[in-house]
Structures are given as structure tokens and as C-alpha cells.
Design a protein around this ligand. Structure first.
Ligand code: NI
Length: 157
């Protein structure tokens, strides 16, 4: 191999190392669950709840989709920002197994006292997974309530 070829190869390696040590990469895992809820403030009357939340004040269900994204540098040892199997395990252990096929108003201790809007659920899910992930890695938690509606909690607006 000619000298200039070695030099080019070294430059390419150096570029890759520089890129992998300073560029943030976003990766995401999607999980789904089915659950029932009603948008209801227990401190209000049925009429007031009906006025505030309309038909959502009645018990109904959704096929929720939860997307959790992490952002960070690629670990040169594995090529991962975070092993998505590990992210899946965290999501399933801390959230999905508690909420799947449940009534979110009554069946989940850590949702007690919350009106289970997509916004409140996304915030509760964010607070549950964040301590379980490496410091600073969690980027966003997006909860799809229908294929038209989602709410997202993010470390960036
Ligand atoms: Ni709903």
C-alpha cells in the first residue's frame, strides 16, 4: 500500500472517531398497550365533567402506542447509543406490564390522582423511565392515544 493510501485511511479513521465522539444519535423503541380510561375529575359533578371532557368523560378504551427515544454518543465498543433490547425491557417492566388491559383511572397505583389524558400519561411515563436509564440519555416520551393524537414530553421544546 502506498504511503498516501495509509494516510487517507488514517484520516478516515480519525474522522470517524471525531464524528462518533461528538455527534448525537437518536434511537427509539416503540411498545404498545391497550387500556381503558375516562377523563374525569373526581372533585367535579357528572355535569361539570361532561361539560369539560364531552364524550371522553365516559369509560372507553384506546390502543396506545408508546415511543421512547434516547439520544447520545455511539459507544465504540458496541456501536449502540443504548441497546434497544434494554430500553424495551425498561419500558415493559416499568410501564407496559402495569397498564396493559387495565383501567387507568382505577387500576394503576402510580397513576392515582391523575386525569389520564395523553399529556398526563406521557409525563408519568417519562418520570418512570428516566431514573432507569443512563444519566442524560432520555430524550422524549411520545404517547399516541389514537393515530391522530399524541402527546410528547421532551427535554427540548
Ligand atoms: Ni380517550
Amino acid at each position: 500500500m502506498a504511503y498516501h493510501d495509509l494516510s487517507d485511511a488514517d484520516t478516515a479513521v480519525a474522522r470517524r472517531e471525531a464524528a462518533s465522539s461528538s455527534t448525537t444519535v437518536l434511537v427509539s423503541r416503540r411498545e404498545s398497550f391497550n387500556a381503558a380510561h375516562q377523563l374525569r375529575d373526581p372533585d367535579l359533578s357528572d355535569d361539570e365533567n361532561q361539560r369539560l371532557f364531552g364524550k371522553c368523560a365516559h369509560l372507553h378504551g384506546h390502543n396506545y402506542v408508546l415511543e421512547v427515544a434516547v439520544a447520545g454518543e455511539i459507544d465504540p465498543a458496541t456501536g449502540y447509543v443504548l441497546d434497544l433490547k434494554r430500553l424495551s425491557d425498561v419500558i415493559c417492566r416499568l410501564i407496559i406490564q402495569d397498564v396493559d388491559h387495565r383501567n387507568l383511572n382505577t387500576d394503576v397505583a402510580w397513576l392515582e390522582g391523575l386525569i389520564p389524558t395523553a399529556e398526563n400519561l406521557a409525563m408519568a411515563f417519562w418520570e418512570r423511565v428516566r431514573p432507569e436509564l443512563p444519566e442524560g440519555l432520555l430524550r422524549s416520551v411520545r404517547l399516541w392515544e389514537t393515530d391522530k393524537n399524541w402527546a410528547e414530553v421532551s427535554d427540548r421544546v
